[in-house]
Ligand binder design. Structure first.
Ligand SMILES: NC(=O)C1=CN([C@@H]2O[C@H](COP(=O)(O)OP(=O)(O)OC[C@H]3O[C@@H](n4cnc5c(N)ncnc54)[C@H](OP(=O)(O)O)[C@@H]3O)[C@@H](O)[C@H]2O)C=CC1
Ligand SMILES: O=C([O-])CC(=O)C(=O)O
Length: 266
């Protein structure tokens, strides 16, 4: 039995607990949420993981694994201190690592705790192929993210464009993955994941579209290098609870937890 603590109880966290409710080999012991929203989270968690405690900090507890499904701030707030204490961690808010120095801090914390942090693939595929291709040398990695206009609400794109009135696919960002992840913390984690697996946050080129012609979150990657090349298109169905987030992110967390908990890993 794998004893897991989860940070965050939003669209991803709830989706993960719903699926793993029926897995006897994974137990959620603690769910960490901001103090102000503990009551709301308690009512959600009581049906999904009745034995789990809702807390605002991990405290002295030592879960087998800590998984982050919360947002960029949670890396510095919860993951780094847990790694330093030797607790293995998994992270979905990969875009947080666009902050200069944070990748090094994360690695240093894991080394100090003699443990490991796993960056999950989330809404994107082919991270295994890209990371392997990097060994032989990559020449270019270009990522294009395309989401319906409503997925760009509460982002800098809302101030720059009348999202409700868009009739054509509209480029809302063009630049490096580092800048994309900084400006769009809830929408460009995929750009950061591709960068960390591939050419790095400053060399990976990113273009983001608000597109009234799509109902899915479309991720397109073109990679070239010594290995050859690949083009990948993912059309992720958004979660009803959060249109910014693709359902595949939930499944990627469930897969990762299953791989730690079960005898067979794939
Ligand atoms: N790698 C990938 O492919 C993807 C990664 N993501 C990442 O996952 C994150 C979560 O996504 P999603 O579940 O859809 O978002 P939601 O907004 O639905 O849920 C986030 C949850 O985390 C909680 N939370 C926020 N900050 C903290 C914190 N510092 N400590 C503890 N809990 C916190 C929120 O609490 P409250 O409501 O009280 O603020 C809420 O319960 C995104 O912000 C993004 O960074 C998302 C999609 C794809
Ligand atoms: O869920 C998705 O489709 C991708 C996403 O939000 C991100 O990259 O942050």
């Amino acid at each position: 039995m794998l004893h897991v603590s989860m940070i965050g109880c939003g669209a991803i966290g709830v989706g993960v607990m719903e699926i793993l409710k029926s897995d006897p080999e994974v137990a959620f012991d603690m769910v960490v949420v901001p103090e102000a929203h503990m009551e709301r989270a308690r009512s959600t968690v009581s049906t999904l993981a009745p034995t789990a405690r809702v807390v605002s900090r991990l405290g002295e507890e030592r879960p087998d694994l800590l998984i982050e499904c919360a947002g960029h701030q949670a890396i510095a707030e919860h993951i780094i201190p847990a790694l330093e204490r030797g607790i293995p961690c998994m992270v979905v808010s990969i875009g947080a690592l666009s902050e200069p120095g944070l990748v090094d801090q994360l690695e240093a914390a894991a080394r100090a705790g003699k443990t490991q942090v796993q960056l999950l693939s989330g809404a994107i595929g082919a991270i295994d192929a890209l990371a392997a291709a990097k060994v032989g040398g990559l020449e270019s990695v270009v990522y294009t993210g395309r989401k319906p206009p409503q997925a760009w609400k509460d982002t800098p794109a809302e101030a720059a464009f009348d999202l409700d009135a868009l009739k054509e696919p509209t480029i809302i960002f063009e630049g490096s993955a580092r800048e994309a992840a900084r400006l769009y913390p809830k929408n460009a984690n995929v750009a950061a994941t591709l960068s960390l697996a591939g050419l790095g946050l400053d060399q990976t080129r990113v273009r983001l579209y608000a597109d009234p012609g799509v109902s899915e979150n479309v991720h397109y990657v073109e990679a070239r290098g010594a290995f050859g090349g690949f083009e990948l298109t993912m059309r992720g169905k958004p979660l009803a609870a959060n249109p910014k987030t693709s359902a595949l992110t939930v499944y990627s967390v469930v897969r990762a937890l299953g791989n730690r908990a079960h005898a067979l890993s794939i």
